[in-house]
Ligand binder design. Structure first.
Ligand SMILES: *Cc1c(COP(=O)(O)O)cnc(C)c1O
Length: 411
C-alpha cells in the first residue's frame, strides 16, 4: 500500500520543491491538474506586468523600445528555455502563437525539398496542427499532399521517396503517447525527409533533446507547462543546418536584418530570428518573463526525475486504489512512452470530472470517457497526487458523480 508518508518522503527528495513557493496560490484552494491547458501563475507575474504598464506604457511610451528589452525579449525568452529543449540558446525564439509558427515552419520545411511533395502526419493529431497542414496543401493548390497515418506503427510504411516532411506531435494530447524522438528522427532521415515536432505537451514537463535527437524543426505552446500565461506567445526552433536555407515564410520587419533602417527591400536576419514577424506581444512577453526566470533555475535532469516520479506515483495509485472502481489507465504504461499528462478512462468520466472539481481537483475531460491529469513538475508535489487520488476515490465510492448537479459537463 502506498501511503501519504511515502509521498512526503518523495517530496523531501524533490529537487524542484523550491519552485512551488514561486507560484501564486489561487483564491480557491484546489489541486491543479490542468497545467496541460493553462499552467499556474508565477507569483511575481502581476508586479512585472504592472511595472511594464506604468514605467513602460504610461511613462516611457515609444521610448520603451530603447529603455527596455522589448525588442530582445523574443530571443531572451528563447535562450531561457533552450536548455530544457536540448537546443543551443541562439536557436529558439518566442513569437506569434503555435498555429502561426506551425504554418511558418511547415511551409519553410516543405519548400526545402519541393520535389518531395508529401507531408506525413497523424489523422488524430491535435486539430490545429492538422488544419494548418490542410490549409497549406489548399494554399499550394495540390502541390503539397497530406498522407495521414492512424497509428504510430504505420509510420515506416508511409515513408518513401516522395516524402518531404514528417510532421508530428511529440506527445498526443489525448492519450499522452510520446513518440521516441531519436528513433523516429533517424527513420525519417534515412528516407531523406525532414522531421518537424510539436512539443506543446512536452516542453516544460519532460526534458527534450532536440538537437541530439535529430529534430529539424520544432514548436510549442507557451501557456501550458511553461506557465507563460493565457494566450502566451509560442516558441519555435530551427536546427542550425536549416536556418539560412531560405527567407522566412512571413517576411516581416521584425525579421529584417536591420529593423529600424526602414529599408525598401527585405533581407532576412541571420539565423532563427528571421522567423520573427511583426511587433512582439510586449505585455504577454513581460508576463512570461516571470516563468522564464524560473526555467533558468533548474536542470533538465531534475525536471525529468520529478516528472517521472509524479507520473509513476499516479499510475501506481490509480491501479492500487481505483481499478476496482472502474478506472483504467489508458496512457502507455511504459513511462518512456508517456508525455506531460496521464489519461485514464471511466464510464462516467464527464460527470466524474465535474464532481472532482466540486471536491477541489481541477482536471480535464475528453470525450467519450477520458480524464486527463496534467502533471506539472514545477508546482505539484507527490502529496498533491496522493490527495487528488484520495478525492477521486471518494467521488467514485460514494457515486456522488451520479447526482444531477454533475450531469452538465463543461469541456
Ligand atoms: C495547445 C496546443 C496547440 C495550441 O495552439 P495555439 O495556436 O497556440 O492555440 C497547438 N498544438 C498542440 C499539439 C497543442 O497541444
Amino acid at each position: 500500500m502506498i501511503t501519504l508518508a511515502h509521498c512526503q518522503a518523495l517530496d523531501a527528495r524533490d529537487p524542484l520543491a523550491f519552485l512551488r513557493a514561486s507560484f501564486a496560490q489561487p483564491q480557491e484552494d484546489t489541486i491543479y491538474l490542468d497545467g496541460n491547458s493553462v499552467g499556474a501563475m508565477p507569483a511575481d507575474a502581476p508586479d512585472r506586468v504592472q511595472a511594464l504598464l506604468t514605467q513602460g506604457w504610461r511613462d516611457a511610451r515609444r521610448r520603451g523600445w530603447s529603455y527596455f528589452d522589448w525588442l530582445e525579449k523574443p530571443w531572451l525568452l528563447g535562450q531561457a528555455l533552450s536548455h530544457l529543449l536540448g537546443a543551443r540558446p541562439q536557436d529558439v525564439i518566442f513569437s506569434d502563437n503555435t498555429s502561426v509558427n506551425l504554418f511558418k515552419l511547415l511551409a519553410y520545411a516543405w519548400k526545402i525539398n519541393p520535389q518531395r511533395p508529401v507531408i506525413v502526419s497523424e489523422r488524430y493529431n491535435f486539430p490545429t496542427d492538422i488544419y494548418v497542414a490542410q490549409g497549406l496543401a489548399h494554399f499550394l493548390d495540390g502541390q503539397a499532399q497530406l498522407r495521414l497515418i492512424d497509428h504510430p506503427d504505420e509510420l515506416s510504411a508511409a515513408l518513401g521517396p516522395d516524402v518531404g516532411v514528417v510532421y508530428l506531435s511529440h506527445v498526443d494530447y489525448r492519450s499522452s503517447y510520446r513518440w521516441p524522438m531519436r528513433q523516429t528522427s533517424q527513420a525519417v532521415h534515412a528516407c531523406g525527409a525532414l522531421v518537424f515536432w510539436d512539443l506543446s505537451h512536452a516542453a516544460g514537463a519532460i526534458p527534450v533533446e532536440l538537437q541530439a535527437d535529430g529534430a529539424d524543426f520544432a514548436v510549442g505552446c507557451g501557456y501550458k507547462y511553461l506557465c507563460g500565461g493565457p494566450g502566451a506567445p509560442a516558441w519555435l526552433y530551427v536546427h542550425p543546418h536549416h536556418q539560412e536555407k531560405d527567407w522566412p515564410v512571413i517576411a516581416g520587419w521584425m525579421g529584417h536584418e536591420d529593423v529600424f533602417a526602414f529599408a525598401p527591400n527585405y533581407a532576412p536576419l541571420a539565423g532563427v530570428r528571421r522567423h520573427l514577424t511583426g511587433s512582439p506581444s510586449i505585455l504577454a512577453n513581460q508576463a512570461m518573463s516571470a516563468a522564464a526566470d524560473l526555467w533558468k533555475q533548474f536542470k533538465p535532469a531534475d525536471l525529468g526525475w520529478k516528472h517521472q516520479s509524479l507520473s509513476e506515483l499516479l499510475v501506481d495509485l490509480l491501479h492500487e486504489r481505483c481499478a476496482h472502481l472502474g478506472v483504467r489507465v489508458t496512457s502507455p504504461l511504459d513511462y518512456a512512452q508517456r508525455g506531460g499528462h496521464l489519461t485514464f478512462s471511466h464510464p462516467g468520466a464527464g460527470s466524474v470530472t465535474e464532481a472532482l472539481l466540486a471536491h477541489g481537483v481541477v482536471s480535464s475531460f475528453r470525450k467519450p470517457d477520458s480524464i486527463r491529469f496534467g502533471l506539472s513538475p514545477l508546482y505539484l508535489s507527490h502529496a498533491d497526487i496522493w490527495t487528488a487520488v484520495e478525492r477521486l476515490v471518494q467521488v467514485l465510492e460514494t457515486e456522488v458523480w451520479k447526482e444531477p448537479r454533475f450531469a452538465k459537463v463543461s469541456v
